[in-house]
Write a new protein. Structure first.
Length: 108
């Protein structure tokens, strides 16, 4: 389950950086649950080529995340936003200041 969530995040943030062909094959194999045989038949490639393409797409997108850290920052921002909501609910100004400081550090 966690693998598909990771792949979804990667594709949401970096999928547009793949070629059209890579995007189509990846979506069909990963999100549309097509088997390697079905992908191979659909695109006129071997099962091994389909497998290699999917793995290559994963590596490409993981490489982007390693360098850019957009997903990491997004998740931190989600966490900080939830903490800020809680602090607002309890009128905790000190915690809010800490959260805003952490947000500033996130973008510098």
């Amino acid at each position: 389950m966690e693998k598909i969530v990771r792949q979804s995040f990667l594709f949401d943030f970096y999928g547009s950086l793949l070629t059209q062909h890579q995007q189509e094959v990846y979506c069909n194999a990963v999100f549309n649950d097509m088997s390697l045989s079905e992908v191979a038949e659909e695109y006129g490639i071997s099962r091994q080529a389909a497998h290699d393409l999917i793995k290559r797409c994963d590596r490409i997108m993981e490489g982007y995340e390693y360098r850019l850290k957009i997903i990491e920052h997004y998740r931190k921002l989600q966490r900080l936003t939830e903490e800020a909501r809680q602090a607002l609910h309890y009128n905790d100004k000190e915690t809010l200041e800490e959260i805003f400081s952490e947000m500033d550090n996130l973008f510098s």
